[in-house]
Design a protein around this ligand. Sequence first.
Ligand SMILES: O=c1ccn([C@H]2C[C@H](O)[C@@H](CO)O2)c(=O)[nH]1
Length: 135
Amino acid sequence: MMVDYQALLANAKTARERAYTPYSRFKVGAAVLTASGQIFHGCNIENAAYPVCLCAERSALAAAWSAGETEFIALAVVADTPGPVAPCGMCRQFMFELAPDLPVLLANLAEQTQHTTPRELLPGGFSPESLAHNR
Ligand SMILES: O=c1ccn([C@H]2C[C@H](O)[C@@H](CO)O2)c(=O)[nH]1
């Protein structure tokens, strides 16, 4: 499937506007294109109990997965950062589990971009195979 990264990034920007960030004021948006051609949005949703905060990346992937869309084609993430946004460690692990080789577009509002994958973002990452000897 050909990926329209401009459109995916536009969707991520739209999702970013919906972020709930009373604590950090740092809004992040994500959009994931699935194999059926649908785009699912994600935004960060914060919580007065700070560790409960949900990031945009996990929000988008969870929305898609929950809708039965488990095959991902591409993911875009955007924030108001000096360069392309850097996903947090938890999101790197989350993406690595569900789609280690997913094309990921990281961007900022000025549309400085970086193409990467969860495998590249989390070298030597803990994976389902890591558990194999203990099952
Ligand atoms: O890639 C990232 C980085 C940070 N955040 C969120 C978590 C928190 O709500 C806020 C500040 O860390 O940004 C994301 O959603 N995605």
